[in-house]
Every structure is written in C-alpha cells, then in structure tokens.
Design a protein around this ligand. Structure first.
Ligand code: DGL
Length: 263
C-alpha cells in the first residue's frame, strides 16, 4: 500500500526538471523528493519514442525502488513519448508536462503565438491534440529549440554566444508578430533572463512550472497522498551521468540540505 509519507519522484533527461523541483519544494514543504537526472542519455529531444520509453522505464523503476508514491515527469519530451505507457504500466499517479498552448492562445491579441520545444514534444500526440483544440483561432508558430538543452546542460546560459544564438532563433518569430512565447521544455525557464533581453516588451513568456506544481498538489490530494506530518523532509538527487552542473545549479537555487549521488 502506498503511504502518504513516501517521497515524490521527479525526473528529467537532465537538469531541466530542477525548474519544477525548486517550485515544488516551496509549495509542498512537507514532502520529501527524489530527483533523477538521466544525464547519461540527455538529450531526449531527438530520440525516437521507443528509445525514450525504454529509458524512462528504467528511471521509473529506479524511483519506484526508492518507494516514490507519485512521479512527476518534469520533461515535456518524455511526457509526449511515454506518459500513456507509464500510466498503463504502473499503479502510482504520474503528473506530466505539455506546452501551455491554451492560455497563450486565449490571451493573444495579435492572434499569433509561438511555442519553443524539442522535436520529440512536437511529434507527440499530446501536442498535436492540444494545439488542434486550443489554437484554432491563432497562428501557431513552432520552433525546435535546437542546442538550447545543451547550452543549459553545459552551464552556458550567460555566455554572450547564447544571447546571439537566441536572437537567430527568436527573431523570425518576432517577425511573425507573436505576443506570447510558450516554453515547452523544462530546460528553457533557465533562459528566461536572456529571452527577456531578446524579446520585445509586448511578448509574454509562458512558463508552465507553477501550473505543474499546482497540478501535482491537486493529484496528491485526490489520491489522499499529501503528507500531512510535519517531519523534516529529505531531498535526494541521482544522476546517471556527470552531475557538476546539477550541483552548481542546486547551490544557486536552494539553501536546503540535499544529497547527490551518481548511479
Ligand atoms: N527538459 C526536457 C523537456 O522538457 C529536455 C528534453 C531533452 O532532453 O531534449 O523536454
């Protein structure tokens, strides 16, 4: 039987899911959290569905072996490829991510919006269905964020080359008169500072991080899995590869105690 004092599992192909972890621990301070970065296999974006399903199955088996009571797939690409499979294979709840096309389309005045995501996310059924459903009345411009995951994983967010690269990626979208840019990959919120320099002031960046944390709270509540005991939570991080960047980011985003281990 699942108990509500078991940890929440969260994973990504690398450090992107830390954007979700940071808000999660703020919003649910009683919860212990186990994070898995599949850094040895990053990026997931260009991989095919079957490969991603095989990779995430290993990650989920690991998180379940650590007694996670629910798992956040803090990766749009992994959600696109594998969420249906995971929900059918395992008994615990899974919370997934998808690009927030709906609020962008509903609030657009120029009737032109853009989504930045990986190839894998754009190829997914979830994205196709959501955009068909919610973006009927707007022009939907899509852009594969080539190299962006790599830039974040290499700790190069503030390098001058990143800003100039982002300009080449984003300028064609600005020319389409967009007023919303949807971040469809959990690595991209790390680039918000640079994106704000590149985008005109009228373009709103849609970051779905808070929405997924809210959804997690809702799902845990629904399954009676919220931890109501006030005991000191623990935060463990596992990486299948190199974890220097993970530690560097953690030092910047939290003052909580945590443990990092390579597996
Ligand atoms: N953070 C993942 C996502 O949200 C990155 C994808 C990748 O590894 O290419 O899609």
């Amino acid at each position: 039987m699942i108990r509500n004092n078991q940890p929440i599992g969260i994973f990504d192909s690398g450090v992107g899911g830390l954007t979700v972890w940071k808000e999660l621990v703020k919003s649910l301070p009683n919860e212990s959290v186990i994070y898995y970065a599949d850094s040895a296999n990053c990026p997931y974006g260009p991989k095919d569905k079957e490969t991603i399903i095989n990779l995430v199955t290993k990650v989920v088996d690991f998180l379940i072996s650590k007694e996670c009571k629910a798992i956040i797939v803090a990766c749009n690409t992994a959600t696109a490829a594998a969420i249906d499979f995971l929900r059918s294979k395992y008994d615990i709840p899974f919370i997934g991510m998808e690009p927030a096309v709906k609020p962008a389309a509903q609030n657009s005045k120029t009737k032109s919006i853009a989504v930045l995501a990986t190839e894998g996310t754009f190829n997914g059924k979830l994205y196709t269905e959501t955009s068909r459903k919610y973006a009927k009345d707007v022009v939907l411009n899509i852009k594969v964020g080539d190299k962006l995951v790599d830039i974040v994983e290499k700790g190069m967010v503030n390098a001058p080359s990143t800003e100039s690269y982002l300009r080449t990626l984003i300028n064609p979208l600005i020319d389409k008169n967009i007023d919303h840019l949807v971040l469809g990959c959990t690595h991209y919120p790390f680039l918000i500072g640079v994106l704000e320099k590149v985008l005109p002031i009228n373009v709103k960046i849609i970051d779905p991080t808070l929405a997924i944390v809210k959804q997690t709270k809702r799902v845990l509540g629904q399954f009676d899995l919220l931890n109501l005991q006030k005991i000191e939570p623990f935060y463990n991080f596992y990486s299948s590869g190199e974890f220097t960047i993970l530690e560097n980011i953690l030092r910047k985003i939290t003052n909580k105690n945590y443990r990092v281990e390579q597996v």
